[in-house]
Design a protein around this ligand. Structure first.
Ligand SMILES: [Mg+2]
Length: 118
């Protein structure tokens, strides 16, 4: 799945959420989506701590790699949902950030002949 498809999927989900649970205005939606990022990041942190045996035994006993991956996906999804409320072009800003990072560390530009068809 490409970034454009992923964002389109989450735009539909955002439209559904905003219809089902309407908030007062854009500021409230941005606030709510930002808090969801924080909430989901906390859940991912919990899973990572558990994976390192740094939580209570009952959590460690219930740990699964699937839960960790699920929480990772929640963080990513919540960020994409936030991007829709902030009208951020995810693909453009990520491309810009990759270029910035490569230049910062004096890395060569990646060859453009790789396939994006996965
Ligand atoms: Mg979660």
């Amino acid at each position: 799945m490409q970034i454009k498809q992923l964002v389109a999927e989450y735009q539909e989900i955002a439209d559904f959420l905003n219809t089902r649970w309407p908030l007062k205005d854009e500021n409230q939606r941005v606030f709510a989506r930002t808090m969801k990022v924080v909430e989901e990041l906390g859940e991912l942190a919990d899973e990572i701590l558990t994976s390192m045996n740094l939580q209570r035994n009952s959590k460690i006993a219930a740990f699964s790699r699937e839960n960790l991956e699920d929480e990772f996906a929640d963080v990513f999804a919540s960020l994409i949902l936030l991007s829709t409320e902030l009208h951020i072009d995810v693909e453009a800003v990520i491309k810009k950030k990759i270029e910035f990072t490569r230049e910062r560390f004096e890395m060569q530009a990646r060859a453009e002949n790789h396939s994006d068809k996965n």
